[in-house]
Design a binder for this molecule. Structure first.
Ligand SMILES: C[S@@+](CC[C@H](N)C(=O)[O-])C[C@H]1O[C@@H](n2cnc3c(N)ncnc32)[C@H](O)[C@@H]1O
Length: 259
């Protein structure tokens, strides 16, 4: 289970890429919009403001996230359980958005290819995934979790090598399915507030699968093992802890029939 409160601690840093992603969707009046891996639903609900006539559907498979998301349910916004490793939006969904979710899906390339392939004429597919699998934070987590003691205790949880493509890779993928593409990547020089901020950040995301497999005392031990290593890798500065974060963006559009 995700911890929406921990995840939401850095909501501003997490929402910015979403807003920059949807800014590149040039749909004027879509009827049906899907948000895949919608999390706590606040950003999903923002799509209803952006497109005031659209029905918006958020999809996620985490009960804690969905519980929070349901508080944003209204006439035009609803949330459903779905697993992104197999879920396909209906063929009449004219905008499909996904922010910071498909890197959790091993088969993300094949799934996104299928979604791109079914996009209707005039449709838009906009995806953002983190591109930080080789950042010091991930290398550290990978090295520690790969130690035999943690492999044994977590039942084999690992931080994977990058499961995502680069921006050009998603561009090629979408082009092959007949979409016009707009891809880019950005490294946000995030400055995080609070003590041990990078540890707090990864506790809310990358470290979550391992922590979920441990009992209380081993969870504590893992966190205390990581604390000094992450502190040294990401020293706090006068304004907070700089935590550069690379993100990959891909927007595809199937042109409407001409004439
Ligand atoms: C980092 S959060 C992003 C949430 C939201 N899109 C945002 O931008 O704040 C990742 C979300 O993806 C969801 N997720 C991960 N794997 C999934 C899967 N296989 N099926 C459905 N949702 C998944 C998680 O439950 C989580 O809510």
């Amino acid at each position: 289970m995700w911890d929406p409160a921990l995840y939401g601690r850095y909501a501003d840093h997490r929402s910015r890429p979403f807003l920059e992603l949807i800014a590149r969707i040039d749909a004027t009046d879509p009827a049906l919009v899907y948000d895949l891996g919608c999390g706590p639903g606040e950003l999903t609900a923002a799509l209803a403001t952006r497109w005031p006539h659209a029905r918006i559907v958020g999809i996620d498979n985490d009960p804690a996230m969905l519980e929070l998301a349901h508080s944003h349910t209204c006439e035009r916004v609803r949330f459903q359980t779905g697993d992104l490793s197999s879920f396909l939006p209906p063929r009449d969904a004219d905008v499909v958005v996904s922010n910071a979710a498909y890197h959790w899906v091993e088969s993300n390339v094949e799934q996104l290819r299928r979604i791109a392939g079914r996009l209707p004429r005039g449709g838009w597919l906009a995806v953002q995934v983190p591109g930080n699998f080789e950042a010091p934070s991930h290398r550290i987590l990978r090295a520690v979790l790969d130690e035999p003691v943690w492999q044994r205790r977590t039942g084999g949880v690992r931080v994977p090598e990058s499961p995502v493509l680069d921006a050009a890779g998603y561009g090629d993928l979408f082009s092959t399915e007949g979409l016009q593409v707009d891809t880019w990547e950005t490294t946000y020089n995030q400055v995080l507030a609070g003590p041990d901020a990078v540890l707090q950040w990864v506790r809310g995301t990358t470290l979550r699968p391992a922590l979920g497999r441990l009992d209380e005392s081993h969870r504590h031990e893992l966190i205390e093992t990581l604390r000094p290593i992450l502190r040294e890798a990401y020293p706090a500065g006068p304004a907070g802890t700089p935590f550069p974060f690379r993100r990959i963006f891909a927007v595809g559009h199937r042109p409407a029939r001409s004439g």
